[in-house]
Design a protein. Structure first.
Lengths: 421, 160
């Protein structure tokens, strides 16, 4: 052991050296790069570079998810340009509208594996830390440069270690852990740094809950995030993966910039108030706040367990607020259909959307009116995020979102369960 | 060389949705059309009144959130070439460098200036002078300096 963190090992290996210390600059060759609805704009920059072919069509993925199916003719034109580029370059991994959100789809398809490096032109690329991969978001110009050269510079970041102790109580999820972390250290707590999760609290996190933590490290300002992969992760990748891999772990004597501890036993359901993911209060503090729309979906909160938690709350209930449910992928939708979860949501009156990013960013499928309050299982509540700055957005876990849709107001989930029994 | 810059001063946590709203990201491609929406949900006076050479001075986490590069393009198209903040969203910082915009972390500056003030930027000594005080700019890794000097990542790649 020589005291290396995860980010001092994995990007270094992708740069052809054994390890590198925080602060060093590396030229990294990733295992996979991906883009989404921004692919046409990137292709335009790529054409300007003057390179005819992408570096390796087998190491590029493209997913149509952000405005899919196309809500306007302009969006449809964007999609048609993307399909043409994918054909022209022979890009191997193309996912049409309805397959799902890039991070979820690439995970399900096992296109990236533990110990590998992935760059995406999407800020939530930190997501891939769930399996112990190094994921980092890049801009459009950087993605064009990656297509042309297959490489990109990074400065190896310092690492913040987050220790999770204990076990989550019923009704408390990884979403609440992420909100707690944002509240504790603010949305710039992770700035310029990588985040490593550790501690016995991780073992009790179900598979669907795990990506929430690295995913929301985008809101925390982190460059990348990592969770040490275990058997749960290995099992999830088995059957789909097409190449071997070696999981990489930080050294026990690795040096950290800072260590922050979260006691899972003490956590309760949390809500981020409109404006910023770090303005966090216990649910009880704002119980009774009227809500017009609940939205369960996104790369943060649209997996099977989220839908199942929502179904458990709304089963046999009628809704006082609109509830929009948009599965993160077609696999999630199919599983929910097979298990009866989808039927429960539909019976209660939920509106089900095409798998994709949905209402997250004001493109389509659930844009609120001026003055309407939304509560969402996603990760962004910035003013204007869903289309207008005058529509407040609250962040919470999926069960809390469902309970708010039932009551027409933010309420504890137990109050819904009490009514039923 | 010393240049002077009129400044627009903003606070903490100005995210990319405030700099360029997400609803426009897949339909607007023309830089002028993108620039017309710069900061519209935060400061509706900005896009119409910004002049080439203006600088942005901000608090912590300027440009946090989405990877959308239009949040840089919008300001660049209006002529902004210098952004100074207490800290930046990491992706935004990289997007600035890649578009040839000098993004500098200078603690303390934004509390000393107000919108409309003029600051002096000395590229040779890597300092900013504002309100009678001189602030040192951080040094840049060689790779970053090379991109900035070329006028952005695209210009650098074209040259190769």
């Amino acid at each position: 052991m020589t005291g290396f963190t995860f980010v001092e090992k994995v990007p270094a290996r992708a740069a052809g050296v054994e390890s590198a210390r925080a602060g060093e600059v590396l030229i990294v060759r990733p295992d996979l790069v991906f883009s989404h609805d921004n692919t046409a704009a990137i292709a335009k920059i790529f054409a300007e570079i003057g390179v005819a072919r992408v570096f390796d069509p087998d190491r590029i993925a493209v997913t149509l998810d952000h405005a899919a199916p196309a809500p306007t003719t302009a969006h449809a034109q964007n999609h048609i340009e993307i399909r043409a580029f994918v054909r022209e370059q022979g890009i191997s991994h193309f996912f049409e509208i309805g397959r799902g959100i890039c991070h979820q789809v690439i995970s399900e398809e096992a296109l990236i594996l533990p110990g590998e490096v992935i760059f995406g032109s999407d800020s939530h690329t930190t997501h891939f830390g769930w399996m112990g991969a190094f994921g980092m978001g890049v801009g459009r110009t950087e993605m064009a440069a990656l297509w042309a050269t297959g490489s990109l510079w990074i400065r190896v970041p310092e690492t913040l270690r987050v220790l999770l102790h204990g076990r989550l109580r019923r009704g408390v999820t990884a979403k609440d852990i992420a909100l707690r972390l944002c509240a504790d250290l603010t949305v710039s707590g992770g700035a310029y740094r990588a985040v490593e999760f550790a501690g016995n609290g991780m073992e009790s996190l179900p598979l669907d809950d795990r990506p929430v933590l690295p995913n929301m490290m985008a809101e925390f300002g982190a460059m990348s995030a990592y969770m040490p992969p275990d058997q749960v992760v290995f099992d999830a990748l088995e059957g789909r993966r097409t190449r071997p891999y070696t999981p990489i772990y930080p050294d026990a004597d690795a040096r950290y910039d800072q260590t922050h501890t979260i006691d899972l036993d003490a956590l309760e359901p949390l809500i981020a108030l409109p404006g910023s993911p770090d303005t966090v209060v216990p649910l009880s503090r704002i119980a009774g706040t009227p809500i017009q729309q609940g939205f369960i979906g996104t790369c943060t909160g649209g997996r099977y367990d989220d839908l199942a938690a929502a179904a458990a709350v709304v089963r046999g209930q009628t809704l006082r607020a609109r509830l929009i449910v948009i599965p993160a992928s077609r696999d999630v939708l199919a599983r929910a259909a097979a298990s009866g979860v989808l039927g429960d949501l539909i019976a209660a009156g939920a509106a089900i959307g095409t798998p994709g990013c949905g209402a997250c960013m004001g493109n389509h499928m659930g844009v609120p009116a001026v003055g309407e309050a939304s509560i969402i299982s996603g990760s962004r509540n910035f003013h204007g995020r869903m289309g207008t700055p005058d529509a407040p957005i609250y962040l919470a876990n999926a069960a809390v979102v469902a309970a708010a849709a039932v009551a027409g107001a933010i309420v504890p989930v137990e109050s819904i369960e009490a009514v039923r029994s | 060389m010393i240049t002077t810059h009129r400044v627009w001063v903003y606070g903490d946590d100005v995210n990319t949705d405030l700099i360029f709203p997400g609803k426009y990201t897949y339909t607007l491609r023309d830089p002028a059309a993108i620039a017309a929406h710069a900061l519209e949900d935060l400061d509706p006076t900005f896009a119409a009144n910004a002049h080439p050479g203006d600088a942005i001075i901000a608090g912590r986490s300027w440009g946090m959130g989405s990877s959308r590069e239009q949040a840089v393009t919008a300001l660049k198209t209006l002529g902004v070439r210098l952004i100074v903040a207490e800290s930046f969203g990491g992706l935004y910082f990289r997007n600035c460098i890649n578009q040839g915009i000098y993004a500098a972390v200078v603690p303390g500056l934004y509390k000393r200036v107000t919108t409309g003030d003029v600051i002096e930027y000395d590229a040779d000594s890597a300092t900013i002078t504002a309100a009678g005080e001189t602030f040192a700019l951080p040094s840049l890794p060689d790779q970053v300096r090379a991109i900035l000097e070329a006028g952005g990542l695209l210009a650098l790649l074209k040259r190769r």
